[in-house]
Each structure stands twice: as structure tokens, then as C-alpha cells.
Design a protein around this ligand. Structure first.
Ligand SMILES: [Zn+2]
Length: 417
């Protein structure tokens, strides 16, 4: 494979290379699997400081309490510096896990204006790709400021385009945004030619609220305001009915499945196999739980077999979400051609240590992926043609001092929490 200026310019069979290219630097991939960099289609970089935190009071007994007791308090305590360091840590973990593109969904009610700049700064320093947005919410009456930050950031990207950073319009979730905010978010998305990134029907509470307040189900309501479409992302869709699935299909909306998070929050399992069968583009995300896409893929593989009590399902679908659908969604929302090793694709490549203990060929790759590669170690991560990690060592980043600073900031945040 030859890479030039961040793009793959040639791919030839091993041992049969034409010798046309003289490289400044050659990487020998002997004993390694070469794959396109992985993609996380829904992440929350800001969730870092919750790791290991003792949440005061009685344990949350449902999804809404998890938001109220943990996430909404966390995102109402973040400072500018917290946002930057919260981002650096999982971005480094992306590099370690071979994740070279993320679609992030940020929340910081305490510090909205300029928040996306802090994340973009961290993204550029680490060197992976990210589509960013701020999850606008009216829960504390700060919806207008949330939209302003999305607009400010999208304008900035228009005037100063970046190879690594793109933007979307973010909404927290249907149940925390009013109709006025929905309409304004759609106008904003149209103005910049981007989609809306929003949590949908993650828990039944979202549907209950929507029916009570608007007499419409979540997807019906979002659709009636024009939120859905091929550039928009409906995250979770755990509690959607047949009619809503048909709307997602008709509008070409991307759905992102986050099985580990859904299990962690005990909200149920989205029937994404049915959605895929209907032709909906279903991708895979971590929802901030981790930056490890191979383990998320295996979780998707396991949960659907478990829930359906059918060992014939998900063997194809789980890898398809990660390896085929995520690149398609990224192309739609950010315009990047990633997730493939082919001439003309962006040079986002990973090398994984793997000595196949059984035959590995083009017919049984998925078996090796689900049962072998998922536990293998990423050795080298390249994004946009730049080597970010080599021999399991990060290039140009002092991981230890970043972790120390993050830990110090997290301790201060825990005291304020
Ligand atoms: Zn999320």
C-alpha cells in the first residue's frame, strides 16, 4: 500500500508490487493484520471524568435518574480546561484501539460557548478525525446558547476548513428540547448543509414524555419538524415501534446502535436487526463507554443472539455495522471516504498484532474478527497518512503527563459535583 499526502494512492498484492513507488518511510506489516482505521459513530468524549467517581446518594433506579444523578450534574460542572482534558484521554484511547474516526456528541451546560473549540484542539493534537456537535438542550433554559455554539463552530469550520474536524448540529434528546429549538436546529442544519445528531427513544421515558406533551411518538415528532434525513443521526432507537421504523427508513435516517451503553443503563435492546433488514443504515457507537470498537462489535454480536435466543443471527450484522455501515454514515455526515483500503480512500490504517492459529483467508475473516482480533493488540495507528502510534508507542504525545493533569482536574470536579 502506498500513501501520499494523506491518501492511499496504490494497493498491490504482497510480493507482486510493481516497485513504482519509492517511499520516504516503509512500514513492514509482517505478523500483523492491516485494516482500515475503525469508526465510532457515537461517542461522548466529555464523559471521561465520571470514571471511578462515587455518585452521591441512593443508586439511580432508572434511566432518567442516571441522567439526573450523574450525567446532567457532570455536564453542568465542566470547565473549559476539563473539556479539553476529558477529550484528550479518550482520543488517546481511540489511537490505542485503532479508532481513527469518531462522531462525537458533546454536552456541557456549564460551559457551552467555545466548548467545541476545546474538543477540536484536542482532536487535532491527537490526530484522529472527528465530527463534533454540542447537544443543545432546553432542560436548564439554555437551548438558545446551545444552538449558538453549534452555529459559531460550523461558521468557523466554513471559514477555516480542517482535514480532521467537521461539524453537525447537536440536540440532546427529544424529551429535553422544545418545538422552537427543534425548528431552529433544522434551520441551522440546512444553512450549513449538515445533519442533526440526536438521542432518540433511548428509554421508554422519552416516548412517554413525547406522547404526553405532544401526542406524537419521538420519531413522529422529530420527523414533523424536519429533523430526520440522510445526514442526520438518530442514536439508540431502543423504544421505537413499527411506524417509527418505517419513518426512519423513508427519511433515510442513520441509526446508531450502542449495545454496551444500553446494557449498562438497563434500557433494553434496540431491534436493529429488523431495522437493517428493512434497509436502514445502522452503525455502531460506544456512547462514551469506551473507544474500543472491536469489543463493541462483539457485544452487538452477543446481545442479539442472547435476546433473540437464536444462534443464527448477528454473525454478519454486527461486523457489517462496524465495517460497512459506519464508513457509509461518516461519508454521509462528514464527507470523508474512510473505512476502506483502496486507491483514493483516506489513509486511515491500523496494524494489529495477530498470528492466526488456524487458516485465515477471505472466506473466514469474520470468525477471526469476532473471536481473535477482538482481543488482539493494535500496534500501529495511522490517520490522514500520519503515524500516530508505532510499536504501541504514541508519537509526539506525553500520555503520562496528560493522564496526571486529567486526574488532578477530575479530583477538583468531583469536589464540586
Ligand atoms: Zn449518547
Amino acid at each position: 500500500m502506498a500513501i501520499e499526502d494523506g491518501t492511499i494512492v496504490s494497493v498491490e498484492k504482497a510480493g507482486k508490487a510493481s516497485g513504482k513507488y519509492r517511499a520516504e518511510e516503509v512500514i513492514d506489516a509482517t505478523g500483523k493484520i492491516v485494516m482500515p482505521g475503525l469508526i465510532c459513530a457515537h461517542h461522548h468524549l466529555y464523559s471521561t471524568f465520571a470514571r471511578g467517581m462515587a455518585v452521591p446518594g441512593e443508586p439511580a433506579k432508572n434511566f432518567v435518574e442516571i441522567l439526573e444523578k450523574l450525567w446532567w450534574r457532570l455536564d453542568n460542572a465542566l470547565t473549559k480546561e476539563d473539556i479539553y482534558y476529558s477529550s484528550l484521554i479518550p482520543l488517546i484511547e481511540c489511537v490505542r484501539n485503532g479508532t481513527t474516526t469518531i462522531i462525537d456528541h458533546h454536552e456541557s451546560q456549564s460551559f457551552q460557548k467555545g466548548s467545541l473549540d476545546e474538543i477540536a484542539r484536542a482532536v487535532k493534537e491527537v490526530g484522529i478525525r472527528a465530527s463534533l456537535c454540542l447537544g443543545t438542550s432546553d432542560r436548564y433554559g439554555k437551548g438558545e446558547a446551545g444552538l449558538e455554539e453549534n452555529e459559531r463552530f460550523l461558521s468557523l469550520l466554513n471559514s477555516r476548513p480542517s482535514q480532521l474536524v467537521k461539524g453537525m448540529v447537536g440536540l440532546h434528546a427529544a424529551f429535553t428540547v422544545n418545538d422552537d429549538t427543534l425548528d431552529k436546529s433544522v434551520r441551522l442544519a440546512k444553512k450549513f448543509g449538515v445533519g442533526v445528531h440526536v438521542h432518540c427513544a433511548e428509554d421508554k421515558a422519552d416516548q412517554d414524555e413525547s406522547l404526553k406533551k405532544y401526542n406524537l411518538r419521538v420519531i413522529e415528532r422529530l420527523n414533523s419538524h424536519g429533523v430526520l434525513g440522510e445526514k442526520s443521526i438518530a442514536v439508540h432507537c431502543v423504544h421505537v415501534d413499527e411506524k417509527e421504523i418505517d419513518i426512519l427508513k423513508a427519511t433515510g435516517t442513520n441509526v446508531v446502535h450502542n449495545p454496551e451503553s444500553n446494557m449498562n443503563n438497563a434500557v433494553g435492546c434496540a431491534d436493529v436487526l429488523e431495522m437493517m433488514e428493512k434497509g436502514i443504515e445502522v452503525g455502531l457507537g460506544t456512547d462514551g463507554m469506551s473507544s474500543d470498537m472491536l469489543s463493541q462489535m462483539r457485544c452487538a454480536y452477543l446481545i442479539h443472539r442472547h435476546v433473540k435466543k437464536d444462534p443464527r443471527v448477528a454473525f454478519l450484522e454486527a461486523p457489517t455495522m462496524l465495517l460497512n455501515k459506519n464508513p457509509k454514515i461518516v461519508k454521509r455526515v462528514a464527507g470523508w471516504r474512510v473505512g476502506e483500503i483502496a486507491k483514493g480512500a483516506l489513509a486511515d490504517i491500523i496494524l494489529i498484532d495477530y498470528q492466526p492459529p488456524t487458516t485465515l483467508n477471505e472466506n473466514n475473516f469474520l470468525g477471526h474478527l469476532i473471536f481473535g482480533l477482538v482481543d488482539a493488540t493494535v500496534d500501529t495507528t495511522i490517520c490522514n497518512g500520519k503515524i500516530l502510534m508505532r510499536g504501541k508507542k504514541l508519537v509526539g504525545l506525553d500520555e503520562e503527563s496528560i493522564a496526571q493533569k486529567a486526574s488532578q482536574l477530575a479530583s477538583e470536579l468531583w469536589k464540586r459535583f
